[in-house]
Design a protein around this ligand. Sequence first.
Ligand code: CO
Length: 132
Amino acid sequence: MIGRLNHVAIAVPDLDAAARQYRETLGASVGSAIDQPDHGVTVIFITLPNTKIELLHPLGTDSPIAGFLAKNPAGGIHHICYEVDDIVAARDRLLASGARVLGEPKIGAHGKPVIFLHPKDFTGTLIELEQV
Ligand code: CO
C-alpha cells in the first residue's frame, strides 16, 4: 500500500540555525521559511535527490509541535511521510486493521490530502500518509 518516502519532518527549536546547518554544513538545497497558520507551523523544505526533509517550528500559541519540542528541547524527528495512491482506501484499510487514524483526511503542507497514524500502533513513529 505505501509507496515512496515523501519526507522526514524534524521539529527544531531554532529554524534559522537548522536551515543554516543544512545549507552550509551539510550542503543541502534549502528553501525559505513558509508560515502555515492552518497547521500551526513554520516550515522549511529541504530537497534531497530522493526525498525531502521538512524543518518544523511552532507558529502561534496552539502549535501541534509545541509539546514535542517541550519534551525534546534540542529538536528531533517528528514524523515520516509515505505516499499512497488513495487516501480514503488507505484509511479504510488501516481502520479495518485496528490502527488508530488521527482525524479525517485533510489538506496537508503540500496541498494534498493527508492522514496521521498513531505512533503507538507503529513502533513509536508518527506516520503521515499523503495521497500523491
Ligand atoms: Co509531514
